[in-house]
Design a protein around this ligand. Sequence first.
Ligand SMILES: Cc1cc2nc3c(=O)[nH]c(=O)nc-3n(C[C@H](O)[C@H](O)[C@H](O)COP(=O)(O)OP(=O)(O)OC[C@H]3O[C@@H](n4cnc5c(N)ncnc54)[C@H](O)[C@@H]3O)c2cc1C
Ligand code: FES
Ligand code: FES
Length: 1322
Amino acid sequence: MKNSHSYLAAILLRAEWGLSVILHLKGSPSSPGTLNEQAIWPFFKKPYACGRGGCGACTVMVSKRDPTSQEIRHFSVTACLVPICSLYGAAVTTVEGVGSMKTRLHPVQERIAKSHGTQCGFCTPGMVMSMYTLLRNHPQPSEEQLLEALGGNLCRCAGYRPILASGKTFCLVSRGLRGHPQSKNDGDRRSKLFVKEEFQPLDPTQELIFPPELLRMTENPEKRTLTFHGERVTWISPGTFKDLLELKAKHPEAPLILGNTSLGPAMRSKGCLYPILLSPARISELNVVSKTNDGLTIGAGCSLAQVKDILAERVSELPEEKTQTYRALLKHLKSLASQQIRNMASLGGHIISRHSYSDLNPILAVGNATLNLTSEEGTRRIPLSEHFLAGLASADLKPEEILESVYIPHSQKWEFVSAFRQAQCQQNALPDVNAGMRVLFKEGTDIIEDLSITYGGVGAATVSAHKSCQQLLGRQWDELMLDEACRRLLDEVSLPGWAPGGRVEFKRTLVVSFFFKFYLQVLQELKKLIKPFPVPVSALAFMGSWQHKLPPSSLLFVDSHQPLQDPVGRPVMHLSGLKHATGEAEFCDDIPMVDKELCMALVTSTRAYAKIISVDLSEALEIPGVVDVITAKDIPGINGTKDDKLLAVDEVLCVGQIICAVVAETDVQAKRAIEKIKITYEELEPIIFTIEVSRVPGLSYKVVESEVPCKLLNARLIQGEVHVGGQEHFYMETQRVLVIPKTEDKELDIYVSTQDPAHVQKTVSSTLNIPINRITCHVKRVGGGFGGKIGRPAVFGAIAAVGALKTGHPIRLVLDREDDMLITGGRHPLFGKYKVGFMNNGRIKALDIECFINGGCTLDDSELSSWKFLILKLENAYKIRNLRFRGRACLTNLPSNTAFRGFGFPQGTLVTESCITAVAAKCGLPPEKVREKNMYRTVDKTIYKQAFNPESLIRCWNECLDVSSFHNRRKQAEEFNKKNYWKKRGVAVIPMKFSVGFAATSYHQAAALVHIYTDGSVLVTHGGNELGQGIHTKMLQVASRELKIPMSHLHICETSTAMVPNTIATAASVGADINGKAVQNACQILLKRLEPIIKKNPEGTWEEWVTAFEQRISLSATGYFRGYKAFMDWEKGEGDPFPYYVYGAACSEVEIDCLTGAHKKIRTDIVMDACCSLNPAIDIGQIEGAFIQGMGLYTTEELKYSPEGVLYSRGPDEYKIPTISDVPEEFNVSLLPSSQTPLTIYSSKGLGESGMFLGSSVFFAITDAVAAARKERDIAEDFTVKSPATPEWVRMACADRFTEMVYICPLPLEPPSHPTPWAIFK
Ligand SMILES: Cc1cc2nc3c(=O)[nH]c(=O)nc-3n(C[C@H](O)[C@H](O)[C@H](O)COP(=O)(O)OP(=O)(O)OC[C@H]3O[C@@H](n4cnc5c(N)ncnc54)[C@H](O)[C@@H]3O)c2cc1C
Ligand code: FES
Ligand code: FES
């Protein structure tokens, strides 16, 4: 192990920096074998959510001293991609090092928690570290810097707004806590959710200093080559440039490892292994920057973040005409990946990786950049040409050469360079298509002297349209040229129908739309230079690109007039908020390794429907460290159900079905063994993926008000179809479980991330064939569930338990993101057909909706949760007297779909609302008029005959119209649309009647156990699980009110099946309601017992009263709530299935770019009826978080499967949940002034799910804008509604001459057999 000791010791890490790793590294690492392959996250134990740099959960700060400037650079990185060996001479700060509850909280930690920016808290350490790093560099950042810093941190719960609000308290010019738009009914009920003035100030002088040991190291830098030998990989870090060149000559196949953002993901997902890695991190020659009169040379080792700063500086120094290429690069450097990735990725690594989606290579290519290459043989210069980008050997680096620097020439007068990109989201998303374009005109004219165009995302490499450009030389920059250019470009940049990445028509449309944008931009520039210069009208209607703005923090809540000590109704911070922010909150996988623990990894089917012929485990069992492989034969009890096996027996029904599980000493060994298991299959038929071709009948249900046909009602009739795609839960904490077998009586302790521990307990019991009373499930907290942790955790718990029983060892099973997404299923995709009869005034006389949902390969929750609920909820807020709703769940060969926030409501109601929009279009009325006309207004009965009072619905609707100034904004949008051809605005307001709860009384039971201890402290336990929704906080608020003691006396430790048995899943928005009732009951019982003592000493203290114990009064009580009555008679289609309704309304406004399909969210106003909220901060957080998740469902989240049924979208790269830049620029949520619901705890309402559907207001605003574009283009007004409204859908719906060209210009030849598309979209 040459030099390894000094090398490792040089990674100086100290306890106050939050690093426990130093002790581990300074001695002999226990498993050096994997050390140099490993990213740092396991050492720092950072939250692990994707492992690919795409979510930011593992963000830490790295500090290094720059050898040239001697300045200390602090930058954020994603720990999952940072190899431990790359940290030579660097200091790493983790969230634990920033501050802690035991010592001192850092202001960032305090503010994110107190601003209610944490829910499940799994993303919080990453958020804190991104913000902390920003403040280390800019103690008073701008709002733009804040958005940039947080752009790479995903949060699935909180909806980002409160996180931004906390960050904004540090900003120099903050728009502050702006008041909510005034409503007539406001009165004095507005208030703040937090008080900024109470926060401790940020004092940069108090930050940790850079370790002096490291400073000394940089003063006298180590020049020796440092080598670290691992089991499979050797890491070599030369100290001089000469040594680097020598090493490259000796190991020409060895890659240079810089940021590891290209190599790392490839090593992980494609299993690439490089025996030698050369790290040039200490070579200062690769970081040299030199400016000349005609260009700029940037060292290949500079990070993309540094490149951004260098270019920005040059742009500020030079005249505009010289910086065209630099500005184009800067534009893409703002949206390329995240701040963390830009901090890690190097310019050299970016160029050499030659990803087809590269955002910089197309611009560098058109900008005539050249590459300075060096080897032991000497130096040479090659152009960054199309041949280089295509990897042609004659134009490429030689294996022994390295890229030393990149030369980017200045642009000149009469030269224009632009960059374009279109991705699923504005930020942190790989582009679908991008382009670099440059034109040079003959001086003083609009005659093309030189033209270069390159595209990314349209082939295996960046593609140059060289031929087309050559043919356009000498042409005038006019409409004729534009037409010809588009035809030529479509011809040259060809994409076959089966092209990887799919979206062929969309990509081809972007190819010409980008050129059109370039044409318009250049016209505007020529207009400035050539006078007079005629500019066509279309160019005047062009607008530049969008800049995202930060949403103001405007909120209000209903303040109550109650004793100060009573916390109910107050915005109490999440109980775990500070622990989330300091990293002290313990999730399932944070439980330290237990004695003799083993790891488990799952083997899944690669076939969609097949017979298992054989499973050969022999090679896998030979891998060192592998202990066993668990198969169905090892299950002593019941293997799931007949149709839904825990482990497949002789047949698989989908790709991703679990077949067996490897148990090994380490996670890495278990994963290696998986690759060695050989399974042979015999394909079966028919294989079915989509609802449309599903011939397998599932169960069907219907509710019917009356079957009167429309024609008898003299109504006009239209019919239509609606497609709603599925959705991945994307909880940040993937499924995980730790099973610890005990030595006695077959007892098991199970620590599991679940919404339903009793279900895990029962399933483990039946699988192992041991009584339930031997099994205890513990849930401390869950890093997000959203329905995805109701059923599935039982499967993982049971398989791990079989492993534990067989091996006698504790078993830890942690799914990585890819497996989690592959195996667990998600929201049901829906296909809806409707027929609607209506009058000219918009009154709907009859409505017939038939819905089909894709259940996947087993019934799972398809029957109860999604589909029966869906049918019952379809009517939403509308009173339509002749209704027929039918639903069918279709069996397909996809992973089983399951419960997801809203249980079918978000999909089904989109059909109803689409139908209303279609009626409005036919009647020539605004959709909101038709909505109003058909809404319930007075006390009434639903389609299933449940009585209800819609007063709050109408109040929410009116309030929403009022606070959003809807009618004014509708007019303004129309004015905007008249003036803008290529951009359109849309507004929509959507009402909501959401039924809360399960449609069965037994599901509404709850129990609680409250102990008072003799010191007066109280331990509360109840049946709900903390998923981030703040249930524990609310429960303590309830206990505090009931026992009349401060919350500081109360504590909740965990949810445990031993403390409260036979619990119901925490779901259906009723968790806090029903458990609150149980806690209330337990507290009231205790208080009743204490009453005689209190009466005797009414002036006594709580501590004095609890001495009641000495008088033989039990201080422990079980509370029980029997549940809300709920039933449904499906024969009659009648019942009272839901305890109550939540009402709300949302208004959203968007602007779409008709040329690319992108949209920006201008504003959203939500008014929700929360009755008397238990905790308005938590409830508003639930509404905002659900709204943003709904927005994702309806606009960006798209599941893609291969034609063989393999899920492509298995991580944050391919599956886009909303990021911080997707939050509407103005986002106002308000709660309706209190109304009463005597049924529930203190008249509160469960708000966990309802906000999800309100995300559809963004969808309908987009379709409103699309409709405006189509109207102007004279295209049919009605069009098939498809959710999500992705940029692809929007672009193709805004048909124009460019989309026409795509259809007219034939595609290149398809392969001889029938072409199979790259993907099927679900
Ligand atoms: C989450 C995520 C999001 C991303 N989003 C985007 C995006 O939106 N747009 C986009 O364009 N890109 C994106 N990328 C890709 C990213 O830009 C590249 O991965 C990155 O630029 C590669 O640089 P690196 O230093 O990390 O390369 P490494 O992974 O360290 O190395 C990559 C390759 O380059 C070679 N190499 C590196 N330096 C030299 C040199 N000096 N001489 C010779 N060979 C060299 C290595 O041998 C290796 O083969 C994303 C990446 C991630 C992980
Ligand atoms: S970015 Fe590291 S776990 Fe997601
Ligand atoms: S709080 Fe952000 S993911 Fe849960």
